[in-house]
Design a protein around this ligand. Structure first.
Ligand code: CMP
Length: 138
């Protein structure tokens, strides 16, 4: 799993019609799509996926945001995938994100920040397996 990461285009990206533009940036940066689908997380899904944040003051808002509409979930492959993808998406807060990054271009705020990117190889594998079965990975 070392060369893979997991991403979600979050509900705000789908609402704004930004799926194509974001996938274009991902493609241009050299990532191969291993798995991809449009799906919607249930409340239980979001609480489980973000369990690490369950003590945070923004947890309720995060669950509401991530369940309010469909997301695009995807597994991406590239050398150094986790770190390179985090560089491509930019800082959590779009105000801090570098020029040209996906969050700088497409995110509205720290809470509605357009995209997810795994923070480690271990979490990339866990998060990919949360959304995809083996026969959905290519
Ligand atoms: P991400 O880093 O992908 O995963 C945790 C998410 O929680 C983060 O994206 C934001 O969507 C959200 N988040 C992080 N920090 C805050 C915050 N201070 N206020 C509201 N939401 C936040």
């Amino acid at each position: 799993t070392t060369n893979r990461t997991f991403t979600m285009l979050k509900p705000d990206s789908i609402e704004k019609g930004n799926i194509g533009a974001i996938l274009e940036k991902i493609n241009a940066a050299g990532f191969r799509i291993v798995a991809m689908k449009l799906t919607q997380m249930t409340e239980n899904d979001a609480k489980a996926f973000y369990a690490v944040h369950n003590e945070r003051p923004f947890f309720g808002e995060l669950v509401e945001y991530m369940t309010r509409g469909p997301i695009v979930a995807a597994i991406l492959e590239k050398s150094n995938a986790v770190d390179d993808f985090r560089a491509l998406i930019g800082a959590t807060n779009p105000e801090d994100a570098a020029e040209g990054t996906i969050r700088k271009l497409f995110a509205a705020s720290i809470s509605e920040n357009a995209v997810h990117g795994s923070d480690s190889d271990e979490n990339a594998a866990i998060e990919g397996a949360f959304h995809f079965s083996g026969r959905e990975m290519f």
